[in-house]
Design a protein around this ligand. Sequence first.
Ligand code: SAH
Length: 351
Amino acid sequence: MKGICISEHFNRMERNEIAEFLKQPGRDYELFRLAGEVRRFWCGDEVHLRGIIEFSNHCCRNCFYCGLRRENTKLERFRMAPEEILHLSAEIAGLGIGTVVLQSGDDFAYDRSTLCSLIKNIKKRSDLAVTLSIGERPFDDYRAFRDAGADRYLLKHETASPELYTRLHPGQSLKSRLDTLRFLRNLGYQTGAGNIVGLPGQTIEDLCDDVLLLGELEPDMASVGPFIPQRSTPLAGEIPGSLETTLRVLALVRIVTRNAHMPANTAVASLDAASGLERALQAGANVIMPDFTPECFRGRYTIYDGKTHITPERANAAIAYEGRVTGKGRGDSLRRGFSLATTACDMETLR
Ligand code: SAH
């Protein structure tokens, strides 16, 4: 390993190198060690907490894998009132967590003005960074939310295969998802992309494309999680994605994106309740998102079955176990002012 310059070599991984790492379990030790080094160098030891509120499970889309899909008639739907979301945001801020993530199905019952006043009220009453994860909306909505004070937007690209994307998302396209991501970035949002690993029909080549795409996009945040079937979807009988492959993809994305914020996400934790968070932190993650959705709604936000509940205590235990530290402040993007030229020299001194 000595002599290898992370900034010069590993952000330019070739497709065949990525594929080799994905196919050869014998190279996991090497892969995770490298990802750990890249993470430490570019992101440090801080793990940032983001408090997530899943405020509505209504959705107008019909994604094949997701339990919130509109054709799922078995789901008891809920919507939280803006006042309740505000109250929970205050709770998150009170715990010293710097970010609230507002996530929902694509639910247009929350119109532009409702969401704008919610965002403004959160910003008025706290120093929280506000991340939206509410799917695809008219571009004017994104502009209005940004003007109201929203800081970040999570919109996973889900899969880099245009064919698989079209098959799993009726009426939607990968191209428009990526156009939306670019638009969000141009509005000044810190943007998050990411993919699902182990989708039925997905190949190793598709996963290589995900890694390469995330390397090209250079998102501020990147979330990699396994596919987990949900019983009331067309993919109910399919096998879940492999945790091992997911962690490999996570590590590769860490290497190619260098300083993107990457969560040890709930889907990873759901496949391995005992040590999923810890293993993701080892593979290159530097964010955990404890869930503040009230208990009465939590069980109904069934994007997949067997979704685990991450508390701030559980998150902090994983951070301490890994010898890392809980981040202070908002944990904004590490990308701003990013310059490869100067960091290449830093890398030389490090080694
Ligand atoms: N409506 C928003 C939020 C969707 S839920 C949007 O479209 O962005 C957030 C994420 O959950 C999705 O981006 C997807 O990656 C993930 N997800 C949904 N169903 C899943 C499943 N069955 N297995 C794994 N991840 C899933």
